[in-house]
Structure formats: C-alpha cells, structure tokens
Design a protein. Structure first.
Length: 600
C-alpha cells in the first residue's frame, strides 16, 4: 500500500541525552533562522547542540558511518564504527538522537564499514561490520534488535582481512542481497576482494572466483553497485588507492548468458589511476543516467559524465579537481532546487593527536559545490570553520523537514553535524519496500517526470567512503508542487507507476502495488477500444490500431480502407499503392507493371 507521511518544516534539535534544545540556545536559534533569510549559507552546524559521542581518536584512515533507519520506525538513525570496537548507535527521534546499547559482543578490533540491511527478507535490519586486521562480522536481527552473531556459520571468511568498504546489491536479481567487500591488500598473496552470493536464511557462499572477480586487485577502498547502462542488472565499480593501479569496472554478465562479470573499465573510459578514496554515482545533469565523481589525493579528483549508453567522458570543470587529500564525496540536493549538490571531505585542523596516521594533511576545509542546472560551483563560507579530518560522511533527514542533513564521522570526541536550512522549494522522499525483489529495495530505479524532464535515482546500500546514506530517496523539486508521473522499476522487473503525486511528503512504495506485472518500460497501447489494447501497459507508445473495426464494406462508395492511415480514403484509380496520395511512387509501380497481362 502507498503510505503518506506528512512532515512539518521546523528546526528543533535535541542533544543525544534529550537535553538542551534550540529554544534554550537563542543565539544558535537566531543563526538558523536568519541565515536563510540573508542567503549566506545552505547549512547550519548543530554539532554542539547534539553532542553525538563517537570517540574517534585512533585507528587508520577513518572508520564507517551509517545514517540508515535500523529500528524500523521510519526515522533516520546513526551508527558509528570505532578503532577499538566500541561501536555507537543512536536512534532518531525526529528532532534529535538518543543513544542505545546493542549487545553485540563486538571484539576490541578496528572496524571499518558499518551497514544495515535486511539480508534474510524478514522485515528487520541485520548488521554487517567489516574489520581491518580481524574477521568481518555479521549479526542477524531476531526482530527486536536482539542481534545474533552468525559470522562463523554464515559463510563469510573468518581469517584476518584488511577489509574497508562494503556494499550490498542483488547482482543476480533473485530477491536476495549479495555483498561485495573491498580489501586493502598490499601484495597478491594477501586475501583480495570478496563477493558473496546470498543463499537465503542468512547464509552466503563465496563466488569471487566463480563470477570472475578473482585475481590481483590490490589496495581497494570501496565498491559500488550501479546499473551504468540501465540494462536491468547491477554492475560493480571498484576503486583503488594508487596511481599505478587503474580503477576497475565489472560488467554484470550473470543474466545474459555469459554468467560472469567482465572487467571493462578501459572500454567505457573509467580506467583512471588516482589515489582514489570514494566512488559516488549521481545523475547530476538530469539526463536519466548515472555520472561518477571520484575523490582523490593531491593529484586531483576526477568527474565523469555518462554518455547515455554506459560509457564515460571527463567533465572538465576545474573547480571540482581540488588537488587536496579528499575522502568521502556525498551527493544531495541541499537547497531542494531539483539539482544534486556535492559535498567533499578533506583536510585536518583542530584535532592532531592521531598517531596512527602515517602522514600529515594540510589545514584544508570541506568543500560544497552547488549545482545550478548541471553546473557545479563551489560555495564559499559553508565549511570555512575549524573542523577535524572527516573520512566518512552520510546524508539523511534528522529532523524530518524534507531538507537533507549531513553527518561527518570526523576525528575527535563527537561527530560533526550540519542541518540543511529549509526554503520555499518543494521535495519528496521515497522509501521502496520490495516483495518479489529484496525487502530493502536496493537496486531500485526511481524516475520522476515533470513537464518532460526526468529526475533519476538508484537506491544503494554502502556507498562513498565507508558510508551508508538514509534509505529514504530524497528529491528536491524546486518550485514544482506536484509530479506528473513517477516510475519505480524494481530489480525483479516489476514496474510501478504513479501519476499526479503531490510534493512535500514522504512515501513508502511497496513493490507491485499498482497491480502491474509488466516488464521493461510498460509501453504499449493504452486506448481501451483499440484492437491491440494492452491492459498491462502504463505509457502509450503510439501503436494503437483500429483495423478490426472495419471490413471491406464499411467504407462508403468511392472510398477504401487505408491500413496505414487507419481511415477511409478516396478510391483514386491513380493511387496505385493505396496511400491516399498520387505521387512518384505510384508512377514507378505503374511502370513496373507496364506490358504485363491483367488478371481475369
């Protein structure tokens, strides 16, 4: 069923202990109210008001962050990794966060990615935590956030790995979430990347070599499932942290007869070699395909545009190159104008007591690039404050006002949090719930249409650098108050279509609820009285025809039925081909028949 959850626009934020509010901090409240009026910034920092404890004071190159709802109440929650196994979990209240304890019995090891996903399709969220120099962990939710450690029996490797990022995606479209884990290996004799196929019931099998992902894949930080050519299957982008190692792109052949993944980075223009930390897909130019931003080191970031057929060319915008040490890159429509903006973490300032980092970073600030109709321009001032080095970030809507918020798992005792400042633009948030597809709807394609212009998203689970964004897919709509049509294409092939959807609401979309079981784009003849009417079609493709309504006697004397024009036309003797027009084609047909015997 389609659920409507209406929200109000307000900025009341409580700290993690349910204490100090904005109303009790008048100076901060005035800043939040006045800044949008004067148009000075798109965010206001609320870190001090929330005081989300993280103790990020050790480890190597950061640890992970999730902004996904883990308790099933529809509100975005927060989960933080830790360099010594002290994971932290905060339930969203709609106005802030409250810390809770999960009895995980997690070992005192350095965690990296921390991802929530319903891997057994039972309606609750299970937990994956990757580890550096320790076995990775999987916990099955028993239904009430009682977490059962199944790491040793679920089929994932339990020797010590150098794991970093992870991502879930249903690569074989069987309705179960498979998982890819990136390992930062230094030599070919260390364990490489891992691909596990979900067998159901919380069990996995290692199919890395079987599916063509074996071999040497050194120093990989992250993978990203994405359908780069929109053929209905998830492909895999894998980034590597060295200029001498080109990034990898694996075309999914699991469903087209080949049965394995084919590495095609050089064929589609993505075999770039940089110190790559983050892969971040987004349809930034709103042409209906996924572009790619790759964060790098001092050699520069790289920004690719999709040509519409799954191949990529370099975007020559010099601003986004930056030439600084960059980590997570997050897309979000900060001002809800309908165009995705880009936040990039970089630099170190306030916190320097971080002995495990083997090299120093310059005193740089995060960057925010605002998108004006497909042109990214850096906005000055938003992040020009002393901030700790931020490795992983995630986006969500902590106060449910429809405007994106940003959390950075930065070095220090507390997380950095920026709240988006509402304006008069419209928005919509969509959360898919699969039935035939995986329950979380990971890999779902959502496309909105307003006056013939598309807004396109794919849903992910594990993205950027060690991050997980909200499960709510957010669209800024600008001045629009309604959406002409919304098409939701599930990994099963089922397509749901909705019309005249109002803005400024949160929608839970359930697979198959529009009663359509059509495949592909659901195109066909939608006119009920046509001879070829298709009851499953949802978009008319102009193919309707009405010949079954006529016979040889239906047209009046002197006229004949023209199948091409779908109407009666004058029976003109000179119209040899019967198209209703006397032209050179009729003369040629006449000449071809010249001097031949006429039939009796």
């Amino acid at each position: 069923m389609l659920h409507f959850v209406f929200t109000e626009r307000f900025h009341v934020l409580l700290n993690g202990n349910g204490g100090t509010s904005w109303l009790l901090k008048p100076c901060l409240f005035c800043v939040a109210v006045m800044l949008p009026f004067f148009g000075l910034t798109q965010f206001v920092e609320v870190s001090d008001a929330l005081m989300i404890q993280t103790d990020h004071t050790g480890g190597y190159l950061g640890t992970g962050l999730s902004f996904a709802d883990f308790n099933g109440d529809g509100k975005d929650d927060l989960s933080f990794g830790h360099h010594n196994g002290l994971l932290r979990f905060y339930e969203g209240t709609g106005i802030g966060f409250e810390e809770i304890e999960l009895q995980l019995e997690f070992p005192a090891v350095e965690s990296k990615a921390i991802l929530w996903a319903d891997i057994d399709n039972d309606g609750d969220q299970d937990l994956l935590v990757t580890c550096r120099l320790a076995p990775n962990k999987i916990y099955i939710n028993q239904g009430d956030l009682t977490m059962l450690d199944v790491s040793a029996s679920c089929g994932i490797a339990q020797d010590n790995r150098r794991s970093f990022g992870a991502c879930y995606g249903d690569y074989d479209n069987d309705g179960l979430l498979d998982v890819f884990i990136a390992n930062y290996s230094y030599s070919s004799d260390l364990p490489g990347n891992e691909l596990y196929r979900n067998l159901g019931g919380g069990l996995f099998e290692d199919v890395t070599a079987q599916m063509g992902l074996g071999g040497s894949m050194l120093q990989c930080f992250q993978g990203q499932w994405m359908d780069h050519d929109r053929d209905g299957t998830l492909d895999l982008h894998v980034i590597r942290d060295r200029e001498i190692y080109s990034n990898l792109f694996y075309k999914n052949g699991a469903l087209n007869g080949e049965g394995v993944f084919q590495e095609i980075a050089s064929e589609i223009g993505l075999d770039v070699g940089i110190n790559c930390m983050s892969t971040s897909p987004c349809d930034f130019d709103r042409d209906g395909d996924l572009d790619l931003f790759l964060s790098g080191g001092i050699e520069g970031n790289v920004f690719f545009e999709n040509n519409g057929e799954g191949a990529y060319s370099l975007n020559d915008n010099p601003d986004v190159v930056m030439n600084e040490t960059c980590w997570a890159a997050s897309w979000m429509d900060v001002d809800c104008n309908g165009w995705e903006d880009l936040h990039v973490t970089t630099g170190i300032a306030a916190f320097t007591d971080y002995p495990s980092v083997l090299f120093q970073y310059p005193n740089m600030y995060d960057a925010l690039f605002m998108n004006e109709m497909g042109e990214l321009t850096e906005e000055d001032g938003t992040f020009d404050v002393a901030s700790s080095l931020g490795f992983s970030t995630a986006t969500g809507d902590l106060n449910q006002d429809g405007f994106p918020d940003l959390v950075s798992h930065s070095i220090g005792g507390t997380a950095q949090v920026w709240s988006g400042i509402p304006n008069d633009n419209g928005w919509i948030k969509i959360r898919p719930v699969g039935t035939s597809s995986n329950r979380d709807g990971v890999g779902t394609k959502i496309e909105l249409w307003i006056e013939g212009v598309p807004f396109y998203r794919e849903t992910y689970c594990g993205e950027n650098y060690l991050g997980q964004n909200s499960r709510w897919e957010h669209f800024g709509l600008g001045v629009e108050t309604s959406i002409d049509s919304m098409q939701v294409e599930w990994s099963s092939g089922i397509v749901d279509v909705y019309y005249n959807v109002m803005a400024n609401q949160s929608l839970v979309i359930t697979e198959g609820e529009t009663a359509s079981q059509c495949q592909g784009s659901c195109l066909g003849c939608t006119y009920p009285v046509a001879c070829n009417y298709d009851a499953d079609a949802q978009d008319d493709d102009g193919s309707c025809e009405f010949s079954c309504w006529f016979d040889e006697n239906v047209c009046a004397n002197g006229t004949v039925w023209n199948a091409t024009l779908q109407q009666c036309v004058e029976n003109c003797p000179s119209d040899v081909d019967g198209d209703g027009v006397v032209n050179i084609e009729d003369l040629l047909l006449l000449l071809l028949s010249f001097a031949t015997w006429c039939p009796n």
